[in-house]
Design a binder for this molecule. Sequence first.
Ligand code: PMP
Length: 444
Amino acid sequence: MTQNPADLSADLDARARELDAHVFHSWSAQAQHPSLVIASGRGCRVWDHAGREWLDVSSQMVNTNIGHQHPSVVSAIREQAELLTTVAPATVNLARGEAARRIVSHAPAGFQKVFFTNGGADAVENAIRMARLHTGRDKILSTYRSYHGNTGAAIVATGDWRRIPNEFARGHVHFFGPYLYRSEFWATSPEQEAERALRHLSRVIEAEGPASIAAVLLETVPGTAGILVPPPGYLAGVRELCDRHGILLILDEVMCGFGRTGRWLALDGYDVRPDLITFAKGVNSGYVPVGGVIVSEQVAATFDERVFPGGLTYSGHPLAMASIVAALDAMESEGIVDNARRIGAEAIAPGLAALADRHAVIGEVRGEGVFWAIEFVVDRATREPVPASTIARIKAALVDRGVLPFTAENRIHFVPPCIVTAEEVDEAIAVFDEVLGSTDWARA
Ligand code: PMP
């Protein structure tokens, strides 16, 4: 097993917690401090300074697809740092071109250009801007159950279960996407769910006025909102509706892209070609902040003569670019995407199904690749979700036993790095089994 490379000293953990008083945390009331100290990582494991170890089935923010501290990516960042650590966007730079070429090589035919951002939210902002300028239309349609980032337009595009007030955002309309487990037609087939969802979207488009709609914005597989693998025919049906009305399709692959689903892009599993693709996270496993928009030739052509009024100081940052090239090289040469697909099918799917068989508090497990949700319910018949406080306690018990999960609402997302082994999956699931068997969580 890999060893903890950090200095071993419980004093450093205490010091880290003390210094944390100066950190203003995101998504938090500031009086509540996180207690978990993470000092170092290797592969699927992380450690604190005292040497306590966790098996990381969260991939932190569902982004360390190649695991922590992949040596070739760390060296590439180091080598680039020796050469040049910052450069203006309006220059030519070898690492930037290499990164863009490798990214488009994994996109569908008809995508040749990449616009680089600092992360996922600003990728979504710029995709929305491109769609509006390309179509001359205003409205953006997105789903209630979605997550697109926490900046001006991206957070308003995110569905209302976590919408932040923003009086300056305009032209955002929401609709319901497929969610078979909590659909109004619970007992029916995925095909019927797709048909229902498409009929609903079609009505929303008509009601809003097709000529006012710039784009439909969707996560190919909605992630934070529940890992909702779309039913067959849905995405192709959305494309058809968009084509009928001259509406662009933006697929947000920030979480589901670059290996997570066991495919290079999640969209590779569907008969759908978008106009714009947003990415971040898995493209370089978050070693240096980066994201971007993969732009179709048709949309890019709009800006051949016309200025695209968007840009960021760190667009195409050399350290980020070097890390993308090395990360994608490693994913290709080590068969990491294929590993995610195989482990998903051979270890995670059967492991989680067995867990659901043993624990009635699990209502459903769903997913693909290394992208799985475990949905917890008080009662399987009513599907009433357990309260968020129960999930917080299950998470605390898992963390206490050395497993780090990702949680959202009444769910735990089982989202390890794409390099995870079958043994690591079994190890984590055994801990889940022990924790879920330790009390009656439906009534806890
Ligand atoms: N889109 C999706 C699908 C995401 O999952 C996220 C982040 N979880 C974002 C956009 C925003 O990315 P970032 O936090 O890097 O701004």
